[in-house]
Design a protein around this ligand. Structure first.
Ligand SMILES: [Mn+2]
Length: 322
């Protein structure tokens, strides 16, 4: 995989099946329809951070729109945890007849429900979509930026196959990536879902789907969080936990202040638009919760700028919404 020369790069956060919101964002970015295709404004090239699907109302159209942009040479799309999970959900487990690489338990089926409903209407689309998901890079590096769905983690990248500017899961590694204990499993967990850290003994919080969790996501990009309060990302206040205590994690990744800017999604942000550090930008502003879809237009700035974020509020097309 080779990145194009002489293009300006714009990064787009998690879409989660909001196709008309994506089209509205492309309009806002100045991409005009010409002969049935959307063409870039001003040599722009789009980099999608992944999570095209799940939760939304038009998943298949979102995939089709992004795939068209990729195939015409105007975009690349990284694999998000939702694309990865979809491949596993639909792939039979070769070692356990009747089972799938991602078990069809209620939690997993619920998370994928909006896509399953659309595939029931258009069953012919599924196989082709999943085959395309399998080809997506898990990380991409350019001389002036890096991109991954959740966490930039050099040790995990070493487990993958590097081809040109991207890192991929080799066709033979898909089964290992479903087996806890295999290096591929842990690499994918870290890159696409992000590292986690246990809460203090016995405490828990409820995540965005109401599931009880005893480990929390961390601000992996922070070079050295001093306390649990600073390190942990918890959806709601952990039951009974005192987070004002030292954060001790010898595996904390941190992101070096002198590295090229890194773009990712995955971590829901409710804050004002803006970078998380001068060279770190999470672009997930909760399109999956009908909030907004966000892009970052990279120029030659040395520190990322709030003014370069572009937001499109989600066009809510659920029945009863206006
Ligand atoms: Mn996401």
């Amino acid at each position: 995989m080779q990145l194009p020369q002489d293009r300006r790069f714009t990064f787009i956060g998690d879409i989660h099946g909001q196709a008309n919101t994506l089209l509205a964002l492309l309009d806002k970015l100045g991409w005009k329809r010409q002969g049935g295709r959307r063409r870039p404004s001003d040599h722009e090239f789009l980099v999608f951070v992944g999570d095209l699907i799940d939760r939304g109302t038009s998943n298949l159209q979102t995939v089709e729109t992004v795939r068209e942009l990729v195939e015409q040479g105007d975009a690349l799309c990284l694999m998000g945890n939702h694309e990865f999970n979809a491949v596993h959900y639909h792939t039979p487990d070769p070692d356990n007849p009747g089972e799938y690489l991602r078990p069809h338990i209620k939690k997993n089926t619920d998370q994928h429900e909006s896509v399953l409903a659309e595939l029931e209407e258009q069953p012919e689309t599924g196989a082709e979509m999943l085959a395309w998901f399998r080809t997506l890079p898990l990380a991409v590096e350019h001389e002036s930026w890096r991109c991954v769905h959740a966490c930039w983690h050099p040790a995990s990248l070493e487990v993958l196959e590097r081809r040109g500017d991207g890192w991929f899961l080799d066709e033979s590694a898909w089964v290992q990536s479903a087996r806890r204990g295999e290096p591929e499993y842990h690499a994918v967990e870290t890159l696409l879902k992000g590292p986690e850290h246990p809460l203090p003994g016995g405490s828990y919080f409820l995540d965005k789907d109401g599931h009880r969790r005893e480990v929390a996501r961390i601000r992996w990009w922070d070079p050295a969080p001093a306390t649990l309060q600073q390190a942990l990302l918890c959806g709601s206040t952990p039951g009974g936990a005192n987070l004002d205590r030292p954060y001790e994690n010898p595996h904390h990744p941190g992101y070096p202040a002198d590295a090229p800017p890194v773009f990712f999604g995955h971590y829901w942000k409710e804050d004002e638009l803006g970078p998380d550090r001068p060279n770190v930008a999470c672009l997930d502003y909760r399109a999956g919760m009908f909030d907004k879809l966000v892009a970052y237009r990279l120029g030659d700035e040395t520190a990322l700028e709030a003014g370069r974020f572009v937001a499109q509020p989600v066009i809510d097309e659920r029945p009863g919404q206006d």
